[in-house]
Design a protein around this ligand. Structure first.
Ligand code: PT1
Length: 283
């Protein structure tokens, strides 16, 4: 392997992510569906089939989350979260060829899912829960650190910044320092501006516009804007009508150098990424 290749290859458990390319991460929520009475097996089977469809559509990562972190969501207990997430991580690892990202802030979930085949820890709280830095370090897996102020339950209560991009960059630099001190090398860190987390529409748009400034931190960027209210507010669209706005942002993020796009609509986003790659690889 050349030294240039080693800079772009991020080991994620038993798989490798090539950071020279833009990747699509498919979202798999395993929060319980109160309208479904199909029982545990049928919910697990439906989740596996959804994951498989996203892999066939071109997702190279699947982000499994057992706790909703959208605005106003409430926290779940560690045991409840583990019981939701662990079986599907084990099943995807056995059945599919894909990197499993676990969307969690819970140390026990990090440790247990790493054992079951997870390849990436995606923590919207940037490893700020008690024991999370040590748990993530112990897994040896890469981590995605995301900017958020407060908790999902209160984060949209009047967020304020002097300069949102600078403050997000400073926050991420500080969390990266904490990781390195805890034994997570910088080479294992992915950074995320945290769109929709403690930000008004204007904060989100300004942060998106100036996203390139975060490249100064020297780590790959992950962007998650799929179906979020920033699209809804900018276009006046309900959640079911945000695909086109989301694809525009996916294209922009890709051109701005984001390496991972976290999305619901995998097939459509993969077309966007491939089309851009086709143009960029032309003479
Ligand atoms: C994200 C992200 C995430 N988003 C990472 N993980 C969510 N790394 C969950 C809205 O405004 O961007 N990056 N995990 C989902 N969270 C939200 C937030 C969903 C805001 C919706 C909104 O609509």
């Amino acid at each position: 392997m050349t030294s240039v290749q080693s800079l772009t290859r991020l080991p994620c458990g038993n798989r490798v992510l090539d950071l020279a390319q833009t990747h699509v991460m498919g979202i798999l929520n395993v929060t319980p569906d109160s309208f479904s009475d199909g029982g545990r097996f049928s919910q697990l089977d439906a989740a596996l089939r959804h994951a498989e469809a996203m892999v066939l559509a071109g997702a190279t990562l699947i982000d499994v989350g057992g706790e909703s972190t959208r605005p106003g969501a409430r926290a779940v207990s560690p045991l409840e979260e583990l019981e939701r997430v662990a079986p599907i991580v084990e099943l995807i690892n056995r059945e599919l060829d894909v990197i499993i990202s676990v969307d969690t802030s819970t140390p026990a979930v990090m440790r247990e899912t790493a054992r079951l085949g997870a390849g990436l820890i995606n923590d919207v709280r940037s490893l700020r829960r008690d024991g999370a830095l040590d748990a993530a370090a112990a897994t040896g897996l890469p981590v995605c650190l995301m900017h958020m102020l407060g908790e999902p339950g209160d984060m949209q209560d009047n967020p304020q910044y002097q300069d949102v991009t600078r403050e997000v960059a400073e926050f991420l630099a500080e969390r990266m320092d904490q990781c390195v001190q805890a034994g997570i090398p910088a080479e294992r860190i992915i950074l995320d501006p945290g769109f929709g987390f403690a930000k008004t529409l204007q904060h989100n748009l300004s942060l998106f516009k100036h996203m390139e400034a975060l490249h100064a931190l020297g780590r790959p960027l992950l962007v998650g804007v799929s179906r979020k209210s920033m699209i809804g507010h900018a276009l006046n669209r309900p959640v079911g009508e945000r695909l086109h706005g989301g694809l525009a942002l996916a294209a922009l993020a890709s051109v701005k150098g984001a390496r991972i796009l976290r999305v619901h609509d995998v097939a459509e986003t993969v077309d966007v990424v491939r089309m851009i790659a086709a143009v960029e690889s032309a003479e």
